[in-house]
Write a protein that binds this ligand. Structure first.
Ligand code: SAJ
Length: 461
């Protein structure tokens, strides 16, 4: 494989004539490949998942709910974006971008996929080329593992190969928009690597780019997600306090947020997704190993993870009180980890459903975007999910659910006697739900029914 001179690579990147390979065509790899192809580069999108590649080759994407992706795929496929499952097509790439998952193991990060992608990248990249890692890395991984791995392959970093860490920080549901408009961080081992990576990202990023060292970049990514997790945990803690103190968290949050320096997030049944459920642990483990134990981050993670169990407990209790101690039929609406995104990974709905089943309830699950039912009976539509229900639990904030007519929903339930509506994402007005004929219980509000039926909630008329 012929070596490329630094100046020639810089020129090829500026002219958008470089050959780019992207390892991993998932949530980040695919949109990033398409954006670089739209900028004019020739991009090969590689994935070990044959079905995914076959789908992409036919113009079908698993990210069709993400605005703009299907259109870009139609426009660029076989023009200058080539999905492939064959690594040999990628030999001689000027740039290799790694965008594979970094899952959480039991007591530490699982870097197997990143390291195996790095081994592949080292085989296919040209001497003098650039490797960029986008996969999330725990702090110090770049210095302690990535650089030594490259060097153990006989390559001198900064001479035979340029290297950068550019963590992805785009929000599922708004991927294309955020990849283009968000501010971007490049962690580079030396000036030349930083310059090359910056030229590459400038081809599609409009939100500004800052080049720093790799460790700072690793920290920034994890701090952002831990910040969000801790802030949601704060909202969840306030909700739990409101439940025992007899006040509605909605009103408390609304008024507290009128203070110019307070911005409390929305409490809910839990925090899911593949990022917030692991990144705080990456930060925790790395720091604890070196002598400081970040207890706030740990407690926040635990508190968020406890939420689905707490609400399974509340719902179990209320259903049994209404049914003279017997279990009931519970319709769970939503199974993805957040609204309008067809991703059930690490969804808090999973432990919620499993706990209700464990406690003897019959659970039916409906989600407009995915078929996951976590051991509950899958219902193909909302009416089938609710027709026999003693309780309807809204646990994902899909737009379809926010628009629902509660009177019609109540009318579709054939059950005699009271029906509970559990609002796990604060989607509804308590009064409207009660006027529609439900017994309304929600996150951050003491269930009226717990004390006979007369517990007063401050703020209610
Ligand atoms: N959630 C709440 N209350 C809120 C906001 C969210 O309970 O007020 C819940 C959601 O329902 C969901 C979870 O938190 O279960 C996470 O959702 P999210 O929208 O906050 O974040 P993710 O996981 O989809 O994406 C995050 C983003 N990080 C930050 O906003 C700091 C995104 O920018 C990252 O790129 C992504 O993680 C990632 O890949 O790391």
């Amino acid at each position: 494989m012929k070596r490329i001179l630094y100046e020639d690579l810089e020129t090829a990147l500026k002219a958008r004539e470089a050959k780019i390979a992207v390892l991993g065509q998932g949530y980040i790899g695919l949109p990033t490949s398409l954006l670089m192809a739209r900028a004019g580069f020739t991009v090969y999108g590689f994935d070990v998942n044959r079905n995914l590649i076959e789908g992409l080759s036919r113009g079908e994407t698993h990210l069709r709910h993400e605005k703009g992706i299907s259109e870009l795929l139609d426009e660029l496929k076989e023009r200058n974006y080539f999905p492939t499952g064959d690594l040999s097509e990628l030999y001689g790439s000027d740039v290799v971008l790694i965008a594979v998952p970094t899952p959480k193991g039991k007591d530490g990060p699982n870097l197997t996929m990143v390291l195996s992608a790095l081994e592949s990248a080292l085989k296919i990249v040209r001497r003098g080329g650039l490797i960029v890692i986008e996969s999330t890395l725990p702090p110090r991984t770049f210095y302690d593992l990535i650089i030594p791995t490259v060097e153990s392959n006989g390559l001198r970093v900064g001479r035979d190969l340029y290297l950068a860490y550019c963590p992805e920080r785009a929000l599922p549901g708004k991927l294309l928009h955020e990849l283009v408009h968000n501010f971007r961080i490049i962690g580079a081992i030396d000036e030349k690597s930083g310059r090359l990576a910056k030229i590459l990202y400038e081809s599609f990023v409009k939100g500004g780019i800052e080049v720093v060292d790799p460790l700072t970049a690793e920290m920034v990514k994890l701090v952002e997600n831990s910040y969000r997790d801790v802030n949601i945990a704060f909202a969840n803690e306030v909700a739990r306090m409101c439940e025992v103190l007899g006040v509605d968290v909605r009103r408390v949050r609304e008024l507290a947020n009128r203070h110019p320096r307070v911005n409390m997030l929305v409490p809910g049944i839990g925090v899911g997704g593949s990022c917030l459920t692991k990144d705080p642990w990456f930060l925790f483990w790395a720091s604890q190993e070196r002598g400081y134990r970040p207890n706030l981050i740990k407690r926040a993670r635990e508190l968020n993870a406890e939420m689905p169990y707490h609400y399974a407990d509340v719902l179990d209790d209320v259903v049994r009180r209404l049914k003279g101690g017997r279990s009931g039929v519970i319709a769970v609406l939503g199974s993805t980890y957040k609204g309008d995104v067809p991703d059930p990974r690490e969804s808090p709905v999973e432990p919620f459903v499993k706990e209700l089943i464990k406690r003897g309830h019959a659970v039916k699950v409906y989600d407009p975007l995915v078929r996951s039912s976590f051991g509950g009976e899958y219902a193909p539509d909302i009416l089938e999910a609710v027709e026999e229900a003693d309780a309807v639990a809204f646990v994902t904030d899909h737009t379809e659910f926010k628009m629902i007519d509660l009177r019609k929903l109540r009318g579709a339930i054939r059950k005699e006697g009271p029906v509970i509506l559990f609002d796990g994402r604060l989607l509804f007005d308590p009064k409207e739900a009660e006027e529609a004929g439900f017994i309304y219980i929600s996150v951050g509000r003491p269930p009226k029914i717990l004390e006979g039926s007369l517990i007063t909630i401050e703020g209610d008329e």
